[in-house]
Design a protein around this ligand. Structure first.
Ligand SMILES: Cc1cc2nc3c(=O)[nH]c(=O)nc-3n(C[C@H](O)[C@H](O)[C@H](O)COP(=O)(O)O)c2cc1C
Length: 423
């Protein structure tokens, strides 16, 4: 029987959303139409590919080298089996406490620099999604809106990810951290996993540069993708909103080229453990080290004062030889799970993937491409749709597998054939 003709399917789809009662997935509200048009992340990816200029889609979708890292993330997640347990009926509770704060779902928005390329004004849309859906949103150093503007939108949901700028004893980095503190960001995330700029062949082939260099090819791409182009014309936001104030400009505002040049010269996406300790000393709230793949690095992060580690291979964007992040999550959890909060990202495309990572020990799970793909595929409301999709699918996965809360999810029997422990 096809999905469309299956009355049970039509009825169950909304059950998990409200957590109460059965209702048909019909109706003509914009939300109902979106649910039918984009029932999965795959539908959003297809739409994003169609609606975005090639350089924008490839910027988000692509990884380093031959994109093996991203493919490895997917293959590893797909291979994980969870054995359901039946006879456990009741209300699903997805609530979780992270760093002293309660969240309704263990899902967050990962930091994505240069996000305005994916969808103009993306940072503000992501902050709005975080506020409405109650998710943590990690804004990055290279976001398209400033820490202060984003804090005004999503308040204490905001976390801040720092890329260091080491010149003059980290003058700029330290100022960014202080701004995050004053703005009320709850967690400082130090990303260690981009010590060099990785080679991204798809960006090179597309001639992607910041700022854009006009060319006939670019003009054609913009003309063929009016939704993206209209949004870009409407938003007119600077791409590196956090950074402009640090760039000397003889007559006031620096132009985008000067800001991009500053970032190119000054930014280093990796920190030493000594530097981690220095930021620990000046940051009064919770601190997370992002990009961990080795249990010994997880121990070093905790020894340097981290309250959490984020297991991640940067979505396959830094090393094509890096392990699938999910494959080393159990080893990291075993090493430091009793000393700090273990978080996870890389490869998440569904609520079932979220359930897999939670079952393997993550306390919360983040997505980078997922939310950007939502924006690119469905426009301004697309990130909120992704939040709803992931939440609903997670609830469904938990109910289906007989895990009514996150602790029960961790007790399920799991087969993870590609799991390994780096030594
Ligand atoms: C377009 C894009 C830009 C990113 N920029 C950053 C960044 O500035 N800082 C950072 O720590 N991670 C960055 N990441 C990595 C994400 O935070 C996250 O680790 C990754 O997206 C997870 O994999 P997923 O995209 O498969 O969910 C970026 C990812 C993407 C897709």
């Amino acid at each position: 029987m096809s999905r469309r003709a299956d009355p049970l399917h039509a009825l169950t789809w909304r059950t998990t959303r409200s957590g109460a009662g059965w209702g048909p997935a019909s109706g003509r509200t914009p939300e109902a139409l979106r649910r039918r048009r984009f029932p999965t992340m795959t539908d959003l990816e297809r739409a994003a590919r169609r609606r975005s200029p090639r350089f924008a889609f490839d910027f988000v979708d692509g990884g380093t080298g031959d994109d093996r890292g991203g493919a490895r993330n997917r293959a590893a997640l797909d291979g994980i089996e969870i054995v359901p347990r039946y006879g456990r009926i009741g209300t699903v509770d997805t609530g979780v406490e992270l760093f002293g704060r309660r969240y309704e779902v263990p899902i967050g928005i990962a930091p994505t620099g240069n996000d305005g390329v994916a969808w103009p004004d993306a940072s503000r849309r992501l902050a709005g999604t975080a506020a409405a859906a109650g998710l943590p949103y990690v804004t990055g150093t290279l976001a398209s809106a400033s820490i202060e503007d984003l804090a005004a939108i999503c308040g204490e949901r905001l976390w801040f990810q720092l890329y260091g700028m080491p010149r003059d004893e980290h003058r700029v980095s330290i100022d960014l951290v202080r701004r995050a503190e004053v703005a009320g960001a709850q967690v400082l995330v130090l990303a260690l996993d981009a010590p060099v700029r990785s080679k991204r062949p798809r960006d090179l082939r597309n001639g992607l540069s910041v700022p854009f260099r006009p060319s006939p090819r670019l003009g054609v791409q913009l003309a063929l993708h009016p939704a993206w182009t209209r949004a870009a014309l409407r938003s007119r936001v600077p791409l590196f909103a956090n950074i402009a104030r640090y760039v000397d400009a003889p007559d006031g505002e620096p132009d985008l080229g000067a800001v991009a040049g500053f970032v190119q010269r000054e930014l280093r996406g990796g920190l030493s453990w000594d530097e981690v300790r220095r930021f620990r000393a000046i940051w009064p709230r919770s601190l997370v080290v992002k990009g961990i793949l080795h249990p010994d690095d997880a121990r070093a992060a905790v020894d340097a004062g981290a309250d959490g580690v984020l297991v991640s291979n940067h979505g396959g964007r830094q090393s094509d030889a890096a392990p699938a992040a999910i494959d080393v999550l159990p080893a990291v959890t075993e090493a430091v799970g009793d000393r700090c909060t273990v978080l996870f990202d890389s490869g998440i495309r569904s609520g079932l993937d979220v359930a897999r990572a939670l079952a393997l020990g993550a306390r919360a799970v983040f997505s980078g491409r997922g939310f950007l793909t939502g924006l690119a595929g469905a426009g301004d409301v697309g990130a909120a749709h992704v939040a709803e999709l992931l939440t609903e699918e997670l609830r469904t996965a938990m109910a289906q597998h007989g895990a009514l809360d996150l602790a029960a999810l961790r007790r399920l029997a799991i087969r993870h054939p590609t799991s390994w422990s780096p030594r």
